[in-house]
Structures are given as structure tokens and as C-alpha cells.
Write a protein that binds this ligand. Structure first.
Ligand SMILES: NC(=O)C1=CN([C@@H]2O[C@H](COP(=O)(O)OP(=O)(O)OC[C@H]3O[C@@H](n4cnc5c(N)ncnc54)[C@H](OP(=O)(O)O)[C@@H]3O)[C@@H](O)[C@H]2O)C=CC1
Ligand SMILES: O=C(O)C1=N[C@H](C(=O)O)C[C@H](O)C1
Length: 255
């Protein structure tokens, strides 16, 4: 039985996790649900923890919340020596550094996408990027109207993997905006990002490798959040057994 603390319990991912946890009492016990505010039965926003009877017994925390809270979450896990699974996206480079620093003391899984199929896509794009080394890359991601960060963490990860496979510096080749006229044509090694926000799209990523006359598109469509939540629970089960360090879903899924 795994004793879980959930950060962002009121959110779309938090609710999906709670659903799986409560339906599998032989596998999981929810000991802490952390949320920003509750609509009804309001808890004050400075008493950020909704404490359940056994909150201090948590073996692992799973975080799907907001990047603004990462420092507080890391401090809580460091204080209680609790491993952490981070699914939240949109971190600044400074926040990423804090995650890496914390991983010197506690075990952390960090992944922008917990789904098995997307992690297989991560592997696939590295292979294609090497084989089609001169093709131009454009990444188009689509998400629901409530998603705040753009490009998605998944799109950024795909871009970083492609740049890495080609020996390019990601920050030099990433292109986020083609607005206006700067009198320059597309640089051949550029990796372009486009983001769509509309409706209730759970997550769609299209990676286009394009040359003169040919195009290879790799498409991932996620139609519900169950795969993310199952991946996060697999990561929680994995991370409680690990030494301090920063781990990925590739480590969890062994792909
Ligand atoms: N790695 C992966 O596989 C996936 C990652 N994600 C990422 O997970 C994160 C959450 O996604 P989702 O569940 O859809 O988001 P939601 O907005 O539905 O939920 C976010 C949760 O975080 C809390 N929250 C929001 N803003 C703040 C804040 N400023 N301070 C503290 N808490 C806050 C909310 O609390 P309250 O409701 O009480 O206000 C809510 O519980 C996003 O970064 C998203 O990109 C999403 C899906 C899959
Ligand atoms: O906010 C979301 O919903 C999602 N966020 C993740 C991301 O930024 O890549 C993963 C997934 O696409 C859903």
C-alpha cells in the first residue's frame, strides 16, 4: 500500500488521481490532499494544506499544480524527506535549477508528460531527427482553453530531444514567434513552435519533419487524462525505492 500526498488535488489532474487512488484502496492510501482553495467549505489560502488524519505518514508526493508553488513544494518534501513526482510544467530555468538542487537530497521524477505513448514518441523523435538530419522541424501543440503555459512542456521536451540528437544548442535553434517582418528567411536548423488553445482538447502534439517535396508527421493525441494519472502513479511507486537524484519517465517505464 502506497501512502500518497497529492499537490493540486482540486485540479483536473488532481481529481483524476484522486479518482484512481480512491477506487484502488488495496494499492493506495491518500494521506494528504493539498489545494489552493476550495470553492465551498473554503479553507483560508494561507492554510494551504487540507490535512487528512495521517498526513505526516506520506511516502511520496505527486505534484500537478502550478509552477509558482514549486519552491514551497520542494521545501516541504526536503523537510519531511519525501520523494516527489513532478508533472507540473512551465518552470523557469531558475525553478528548474531548484528542482535539480533538491534532487541532491531527495529522489525526484520530473516529466512534462507521464503518458506511455508520449514517452515512446520522445524516443521516436530522437531517431527520426538523426535519420532526417537536414529536414526542417515544426512542432504544433493544441490544448484546452484553460492551459496557461505555452508552448507545452511536452512540445519543449520534444524540441530539446531533437536539438540534442542533432548536436544543436536548443536555445539557439528554438523559434517561438514568426510575427512581423524581420527580413529574414527561416534558418534551416530552426525548431519552430506553435500553440493552439481551444475547447477541451486534452493534449495533441504534431511533430513535422519537412524537406523540399517530403514531409513526415508524428502525431500524438491524448483523449483523456487517465494515462497521465496512471503514469504518475507508476512514477510514485518507482521513486519511493530510489536513491536521491533526478529521474525521468524513461527511467520509470524502462524505455
Ligand atoms: N506531466 C503530465 O503528464 C501532465 C502535466 N500537466 C501539468 O500539470 C499542471 C496542472 O494541470 P491541471 O491539473 O490541468 O491544472 P488545473 O488548473 O486544473 O489544476 C491546478 C491545481 O493547482 C492549484 N493551483 C493553481 N494555481 C495555483 C497557485 N498559484 N498556487 C497554488 N496552487 C495553484 C489549483 O488549486 P485550486 O483549484 O484549489 O485553485 C489546482 O488544484 C499543469 O502545469 C499542466 O501543464 C497536466 C497534465 C499532464
Ligand atoms: O496542461 C495540460 O493539460 C497538459 N500539460 C502537459 C504539457 O504541458 O505538456 C502535458 C499534457 O499535454 C497536458
Amino acid at each position: 500500500m502506497l501512502k500518497l500526498a497529492i499537490n493540486g488535488a482540486n485540479g483536473k489532474m488532481g481529481q483524476k488521481l484522486l479518482d484512481l487512488i480512491l477506487k484502488n484502496p488495496e494499492l493506495y492510501e491518500l494521506v494528504l490532499a493539498r489545494t489552493f482553495h476550495l470553492e465551498n467549505n473554503v479553507i483560508a489560502s494561507d492554510s494551504y494544506y487540507l490535512t487528512l488524519p495521517h498526513s505526516t505518514t506520506a511516502e511520496v508526493m505527486v505534484d500537478f499544480s502550478n509552477q509558482e508553488r514549486i519552491e514551497e513544494t520542494l521545501n516541504w518534501c526536503l523537510t519531511h524527506k519525501i520523494p516527489l513526482v513532478i508533472g507540473t510544467t512551465g518552470f523557469t530555468s531558475d525553478q528548474m535549477r531548484k528542482i535539480k538542487d533538491a534532487a541532491a537530497q531527495i529522489a525526484i521524477v520530473h516529466s512534462a508528460n507521464m503518458s506511455l505513448s508520449v514517452n515512446v514518441l520522445f524516443e521516436a523523435v530522437k531517431m527520426v531527427a538523426k535519420k532526417l538530419a537536414d529536414y526542417e522541424v515544426e512542432i504544433v501543440e493544441s490544448h484546452h482553453r484553460y492551459k496557461k503555459d505555452a508552448p507545452s512542456g511536452t512540445a519543449l521536451e520534444i524540441g530539446k530531444l531533437i536539438a540534442g540528437a542533432r548536436g544543436d544548442d536548443f536555445d539557439q535553434v528554438a523559434c517561438y514567434n514568426r510575427t512581423g517582418n524581420n527580413n529574414q528567411v527561416r534558418a534551416s536548423r530552426e525548431i519552430g513552435f506553435s500553440a493552439l488553445r481551444a475547447g477541451d482538447i486534452v493534449g495533441r502534439h504534431v511533430v513535422d519533419f519537412i524537406s523540399d517535396g517530403e514531409e513526415l508527421s508524428i502525431i500524438s493525441n491524448i483523449n483523456n487524462r487517465r494515462g497521465f494519472a496512471l503514469g504518475a502513479l507508476a512514477a510514485a511507486k518507482f521513486i519511493v525505492k530510489q536513491a536521491p537524484g533526478l529521474y525521468s519517465m524513461q527511467d520509470v517505464l524502462e524505455i
